[in-house]
Write a protein that binds this ligand. Structure first.
Ligand SMILES: Cc1ncc(COP(=O)(O)OP(=O)(O)O)c(N)n1
Ligand SMILES: Cc1ncsc1CCOP(=O)(O)O
Ligand SMILES: [Mg+2]
Length: 553
């Protein structure tokens, strides 16, 4: 590997107009250049100071790493906090050097406290001397001294790429870095940058105040900024007047590229600039070339903006976005409660077809009748129909606060964002399902024996389905374990249990009357769905179950 790298390096020293990162191995990009800073960088790479796989150290995995040098935003929509979240969302490690601490919220910036220059230098040294970030991304650099300190540190500890977001004014209009830093930007920082990502105001400021009102102006600005020294320029046109599309202009010194996307109507745009730049940095750290890094970053920001367009955080005009695309779905999903197992309705497409109803109608009726959890057990439908049904049922379940699980099909559960899965002993092992679904989704496992119950607990299941308690026609060749077998499983299980198999209004009380504390309810298929009126049957079963809890107490 080292030999291959030095081959690339030795030719790159003589490349006349080098700009594009050369992929050496995943996460290791080498930028060809003949400039002094580049020389130091390449030299450091040769000396193995910059992240390289260590021969004989295969058990350790080097992760792509971005160091962000920026200001803290107490509201966490922008600055260091946005950078951390964007890198985490993109699967890249992010270390931080804080240049200023701001008091901010969705109303604006209430205060700024600049970190002393020598302490910025100390943070830089701590990270750069030990942790070998692949890429440095800069945000708020509030003083000339801090800009100079950073440039000095980068000469001492070269990195693979430098992404400069020339933050000057907050989205609320507060000055975060005054005009005094412009000279140091132009003279020192930009010539070291692999990409600079100004918005219209920042591009104008870098060019001495020229008005920028059209895409043609943006192209001229990109070219003029490129002349200052950065290898690539992205002029962001989000503030361009009278344009429905958001247009950004990218210039690599030879070609122009326009990135167009339809404007997402949302107030939650605070921190988009920081997020875009740190995502570019993250993609470069993974080994992407510059143009694809910018493309992916644009796509990610658009997706996050679109996902976050209706989230409500703070009372001001500009809210933060949700970098991890999780907040909305977590609000709608409540944690698993074992009481949900009380009346567990398991669908069956054959039965619903027989009675001329759709899966969605069957689920609606079961919920209206009082089902506390739904499982889609659709053994005969096409995958695409299963997915559509799951999405439609999920909408209904969410409105009623009823969890929706998918039988067997982890792929369908993931694609529909259902609340979880129910799996059997011959399905995907529960620990694999847990790894695929993450910590929050509900996983139920079928168990007939104490050993299986113990394994389900070890594997990270949330509940056990135990049966068939009574003989059933719904599942072929299914061994009946009886009430005794059910009791044995319950007593050996650390997890809540739901009984299944041949259960209906005639025997539900006998099952619940077993009197074991972790037996939470009954799961039924034919007693609800192989009947003319699902609503009536569900109501009747609910009454029987309620009655059995009264008797038990
Ligand atoms: C709640 C509940 N318990 C058990 C089962 C049976 O699952 P499995 O053993 O995977 O068999 P199939 O349902 O896939 O035929 C269940 N579905 N639900
Ligand atoms: C899926 C399953 N697992 C064990 S028994 C059974 C079938 C339950 O269906 P029914 O409630 O109609 O007996
Ligand atoms: Mg199964």
């Amino acid at each position: 590997m080292a030999y291959f790298c030095s081959q690339v390096l030795s030719t790159s020293f003589f490349t006349p107009k080098p700009q594009i990162p050369v992929l050496l191995s995943p996460g290791v990009a080498c930028i060809k250049s003949s400039q002094p800073y580049r020389f130091l960088h390449l030299k450091a790479m040769q000396d193995n100071k910059v992240s390289m796989p260590t021969p004989g150290d295969e058990s350790k995995v080097r992760v792509p790493h971005v160091l962000t040098v920026a200001g803290s935003d107490s509201g966490a929509g922008a600055g260091i906090q946005a950078d951390l979240k964007a890198c985490a969302a993109r699967g890249v490690y992010c270390s931080t050097v804080i240049t200023a601490v701001t008091a901010q919220n969705t109303l604006g910036v209430q205060g700024v406290n600049i970190v002393p220059e020598d302490f910025v230098a100390e943070q830089l040294r701590s990270v750069l001397s030990d942790m070998s970030p692949n890429v440095v991304k800069t945000g708020m650099l509030p003083s000339t001294g801090i800009v100079k300190t950073l440039c000095q540190s980068l000469k001492e500890f070269p990195v693979q790429a430098l992404v400069v977001d020339p933050v000057m004014v907050s989205t609320s209009g507060h000055t975060l870095a005054g005009p005094s830093i412009l000279d140091s930007f132009r003279e020192e920082l930009l010539p070291m940058a692999d990409i600079v990502t100004p918005n219209l105001k920042e591009a104008s400021a870098l060019l001495g105040g020229v008005p920028l009102e059209t895409i043609a102006d943006m192209r001229s600005a990109a070219k003029a900024i490129h002349d200052i020294g950065p290898r690539n320029v992205l002029v962001k046109g989000g503030d361009l007047p009278v344009s429905l599309d958001a247009v950004d202009v990218f210039y690599d010194g030879e070609d122009f590229y326009e990135f167009r996307s339809s404007r997402i109507m949302t107030p939650n745009t605070h921190g988009t600039g920081c997020t875009l730049a740190s995502t570019v940095a993250a993609e470069l750290a993974k080994g992407s070339q510059m143009l694809s890094a910018v493309k992916v970053a644009k796509r990610y920001v658009e997706a996050a903006l679109s996902y976050s367009k209706n989230i409500a955080i703070g009372g001001g005009l500009q809210g933060p976005m949700d970098h991890l695309l999780k907040l909305k779905s977590n609000v709608l999903r409540r944690p698993f409660d074992p009481c949900d197992l009380f009346l567990y309705a398991v669908t069956d497409s054959r039965m619903n077809k027989k009675w001329g109803r759709s899966i969605v109608d069957a689920v609606k009726a079961a919920i209206e009748g009082g089902a506390s959890i739904i499982q889609l057990r659709e053994k005969e439908v096409e995958t695409s129909d299963f997915l559509e049904a799951a999405k439609a049922c999920l909408k209904i379940c969410r409105v009623h606060g009823v969890p929706l699980l998918i039988n067997d099909r982890i792929d369908v559960a993931l694609a529909s964002d259902a609340d979880g899965v129910h799996i059997g002993q011959s399905d995907m092992p529960a620990h694999v399902a847990r790894a695929l679904l993450g910590p929050d989704k509900i996983i139920g496992v079928s168990c007939k024996t104490p050993e299986q119950a113990q394994q389900a607990w070890i594997d990270g299941a949330d509940y056990i389905g135990s049966g068939g308690v009574y003989p059933t026609n719904t599942k072929e060749n299914n061994k009946t374990i009886g009430l005794d077998g059910l009791k044995t499983v319950c007593l050996s299980s650390k997890l809540p249990v739901v009984a299944i198999g041949g259960i209906g209004i005639s025997n539900a009380q006998a099952v619940m009357g077993l009197g074991v504390p972790n037996l939470e309810g009954v799961a039924v298929v034919s007693a609800l769905f192989d009947r003319e009126c699902v609503l009536t049957e569900t109501r009747k079963l609910l009454e029987v179950l309620k009655e059995s809890t009264k008797i038990a107490n």
